[in-house]
Design a protein. Sequence first.
Length: 279
Amino acid sequence: MDNPAKGRFRPGIGLVIVLLHAIAITAVFIIQDVSGMALVVAGILYAISSLGITVGYHRYFTHGAFQCGEGVKYVLAFAGALAAEGPLDKWCSDHRQHHRFTDGEYDPHSPYAYRQPLGFLWAHVGWLFWETARPDSYHPSTPAQDEAVVAWQARWYWYIVVLGFLIPALLAGWTGLLLAGFIRIVAHLHVTWMVNSVCHMWGARPMGLDGVVWKNDKSRNNLLVAMLSMGEGWHGNHHVKPNSAELGYRWYQWDPGKWLINVMELVRLVLDVRRFSRA
C-alpha cells in the first residue's frame, strides 16, 4: 500500500506516549524491592482494565455482542478507561473502521500500510500519532442506547485514568505507583497494540469457517497474544464473526473475556449473548 490515509499529526498524543514509556522504562531500573501489595494491586488492575477493554470497549460497545443494563455499561466503561487507551467514542469508531476497511487504505492500523519493518511499527503504535482519516461516505456513530454512557465516560475519562495511578499509590506507595500505574499501563498498551500488528502478521488463519471470503483481510489467531489479552489474540476468529461474544470459540482456546460474559449471563447481568455459531 505504502500510502495509508491519515489525518493531521497529533504531537500531544505522541508526547504522552513517549513520556509514559520513559517513566515506565526508568521505573524498571530504579525499583529495587517490590512489595506483595504492589504486585497484587498491579495484577488486579491489569485484569480489571484488560477485561474492561475486551468485554466492554470491544465486545459490547463496539460490536454489541450482548445486551446489558445501564449499571453494567457504566462499570464496563469505567474499567476500560483504567487502561488509558482513549475514550470510548474514539476507540470504538476506529475499531469499526478497521473492520470496514481491513488492511486497506482506510484501515487505521494495517501493518501492510508500508513495507516492513515500517509497516509493523505503523500498525503497532505509529498510527496513533495521526488523526484517523475517514472516507466522506463513512460515518461511524454510537448506538442510541449507549449515548448516555459514552458521554458520561468522555466527561470523566481523564479523572478515571488519574484514579488508575492514584489507587496503587495510596495502597502501595511509590512502588505501587510505578508498577501498578506506569508499567501496567504501558505493558497493556503494547498487548492491545499487538492485536493490530502481530495478529495481522503471525499466527494461524481460521480458513474454511462458514465460507468466509477474506479479500484483503490478513487477520490471524495468535495464542501468545490471546494469553496476554484476555482472549483478544483470537483475532482471526473475531474477523470471521465480529459480533460474537466468543473470540476463542473452541473450548480449549484461552478466552477469559468469554468466561466472564458466561458468568454474567448465568447471574442475569447480561442477556442475548451472541455465540460464534449464531453471531
